[in-house]
Design a protein around this ligand. Structure first.
Ligand code: HSE
Length: 311
């Protein structure tokens, strides 16, 4: 992740320099890779912060503008505080002005909370630079995973591409990044409805049949091969028995769309905890033929590089 020297940033009277970060949407699980696999998508939230002489200000446009708290409960402000504290810098948000342009739908299964967390941690790392320690990328991944509760969205939001996330022997999260095969294109069926990940995680059973776990392990291994080497295997590689079946009743339109796509030979999965759906297609795909009420359908390129500071 590139850092921008503070002296090159514009300074307005009464304000410190503005720091801006662009963070991609993400799709987690990808079928069999529950809480591990993720994909960064080229649809971005853009977040800026600067120091002022006044109180905390949070200005939000786009998704969530009417819903999110505009004070120190805002997720990005909390993530900034987490980074400042971890870096040993004062974490009081008084005097911060945060400006958020939200292009990732909230509660849609496209990584909006991971994007907010990653944005806040990256901004906090820059804010801490003057009187704190500079956090490493590995520390950001660990902090982001702790805030989100699982690494599969925050990992691709940080590093881009297709990521496999796991917990190392020392208990620390690790992300391995791979390029997606150039023949693979991503179709996003962004749900206009939202759902709560907290709720849909509660629908999952405490234990699953051994045969289901074994099938998912095989398909997850196959998906790494299919997404990076041989997309011909994408349809079998995107099967899942661990989460989608248990959540289907809570998102019937998404489950039906996914089932129809798969029956037509299109490798489709629920995006993260839903209710959006994504398809990983390597051949022809007629987007117009698959428009459905309640979903905004489009090709969205893979974001290769993850979150970045921008001019
Ligand atoms: N792996 C997570 C889940 C992704 O399916 O609950 C949602 O953020």
């Amino acid at each position: 992740m590139s850092a921008m020297p503070a002296e090159r940033l514009p300074v307005v009277a009464g304000e410190g320099p503005t720091i801006t970060v662009r963070v991609p949407a993400t799709s987690a699980n990808l079928g069999p890779g529950f809480d591990s696999f993720g994909l960064a998508l080229a649809r971005y939230d853009e977040v800026s912060v600067c120091r002022t002489d006044g109180p905390l200000e949070v200005v939000v446009s786009g998704f969530g503008a009417d819903d999110v708290p505009l004070d120190d409960r805002h997720l990005i402000i909390r993530a900034i505080g987490t980074a400042l504290t971890a870096a040993g810098a004062p974490a009081d948000p008084t005097g911060l002005r945060l400006t958020c342009v939200n292009r990732i739908p909230h509660g849609g299964g496209l990584g909006s909370s991971a994007a907010a967390i990653v944005a806040g941690l990256l901004l906090g790392r820059e804010l801490a630079a003057e009187n704190g320690r500079r956090l490493s990328d590995d520390e950001l991944l660990a902090l982001a995973t702790a805030m989100e509760g699982h690494p599969d969205n925050v990992a691709p939001a940080l590093v881009g591409g297709f990521t496999l996330a796991f917990t190392g022997e020392d208990g620390v999260p690790v992300a391995i990044r791979r390029d997606v095969h150039p023949d693979v294109r991503i179709v996003v069926f962004a749900a206009q409805e939202s759902s709560s990940t907290h709720h849909t995680r509660g629908l999952l059973p405490a234990t699953v049949p051994h045969a289901d776990a074994a099938a998912n392990a095989a398909d997850a291994a196959l998906l790494v091969h299919a997404l990076t080497v041989d997309p011909a295997y994408l349809l079998p590689a995107t099967r899942d028995r661990l989460h989608q079946p248990y959540r289907a009743a809570s998102m019937p339109a998404s489950a039906a769309l996914m089932t129809h796509l798969r029956a037509a030979g299109v490798p489709a999965v629920i995006s993260g905890a839903g209710p959006s759906v994504i398809a990983l297609v390597a051949g022809d795909f007629d987007v117009n033929a698959w428009r459905r009420p309640g979903f905004d359908v489009d090709f969205v390129p893979v974001c290769p590089a993850g979150a970045r500071l921008v001019d």
